[in-house]
Design a protein around this ligand. Structure first.
Ligand code: PPE
Length: 299
């Protein structure tokens, strides 16, 4: 935290922290996996680049380099002696002046890591999750910049998540203000129709997901046709398969949306192929993708 290690229970901020009141923080979610080469962080540098891009949008000047923060992530895993974990770097406007302009406030930077199992449950990974189309629209770029992974955006995600959960569903799917499918509250979304893999463009308000990007590359490799195009909610209802991607969610099949069974009502065959390849890659079982694994314990 701000350049030094602090004990979990002492990782505190002032109650008048700017980001707590006004959502002026940017963050990342990253996973470290145990691989046959030892623990490795999946696409660490790409996540850090995205953090710096998000910070740029909010004029948050991070007082470290990308390389320094990548090294700090690995060191945080090492001091905690973790083999597999989730990693949460965050940069935010701290305690200083109250009022909306944060530019004179100090920028605080912290990295936390902890073991985090499956995001939508083990059964979700195997059989798929049940979703609700949210009554909340995905934030629009004229309201809040969706490409910046800012804490403020997650008020939108939290409302959608609470609504889906209180309706007895596992996850929400958000449409944008034009009615096109955007993404989940913490995941990108894909459908498979007639053998073609389809995901909405980022212009729908979806985050530039690193798992999304990985899955697009995996599909190319597996010879699966891929299209980035606008989809409607009924395209999901009529799809043969659907799934979410995300660092936390990994590759999670979608088996039901608003009471409509998707495809065979379980994990579809193409989803399974992509999911298997993804888990092989993150676990270091696929030589061709070693470039995405950044080792934590060298030597
Ligand atoms: N969209 C949103 C809104 C999102 O939050 C995430 C990640 C993604 C897409 C997928 O991006 P990527 O992880 O780069 O593939 N959501 C993070 C936070 C989840 C949370 O509950 O906290 C994550 O998965 O780490």
């Amino acid at each position: 935290m701000n350049g030094r290690f602090v004990n979990w229970n002492e990782a505190k901020v002032h109650v008048l922290t700017h980001a707590l009141h006004y959502g002026t923080g940017v963050f990342e979610g990253i996973r470290c996996y145990e691989t046959k080469y030892g623990s490795a962080v999946f696409r660490l540098s790409d996540h850090m680049k995205r953090l710096f891009n998000s910070a740029k949008v909010y004029l948050i000047k991070i007082p470290y380099s990308i390389d320094e923060l990548c090294e700090a992530v690995k060191e945080t895993i090492r001091v905690n002696k973790l083999k597999e974990c989730y990693i949460r770097p965050i940069a935010f406007f701290g305690y200083g002046d109250m009022g909306l302009n944060p530019l004179k406030n100090p920028v605080e930077v912290a990295i936390a890591c902890w073991p985090w199992g499956t995001y939508l449950g083990e059964e979700g990974l195997r059989k798929g999750v049940r979703c609700k189309i949210s009554s909340w629209s995905r934030i629009d770029t004229r309201v809040l910049p969706p490409l910046a992974k800012a804490t403020a955006n997650y008020a939108n995600s939290v409302l959608a998540k609470i609504e889906a959960s209180s309706c007895g569903c596992d996850e929400a799917i958000l449409l944008n203000q034009h009615g096109y499918v955007s993404e989940g509250p913490g995941e990108n979304i894909f459908i498979i129709s007639e053998g073609v893999l389809i995901t909405p463009p980022l212009s729908t308000g979806a985050l530039y997901g690193i798992t999304r990007d990985s899955v697009i590359e995996i599909a190319k490799d597996l010879g699966i046709r891929f299209l980035e195009k606008n989809i409607l909610r009924e395209d999901i209802f009529m799809a043969d398969e659907a799934f979410f991607t995300g660092t936390a969610a990994e590759v999670t099949p979608i088996r039901e949306v608003d009471g409509r069974i998707i495809g065979n009502g379980s994990r579809g065959p193409i989803t399974e192929k992509i999911q298997k390849k993804f888990f092989d890659i993150v676990r270091g079982e696929d030589e061709a993708y070693k470039k995405w694994l950044e080792p934590v314990y060298e030597g």
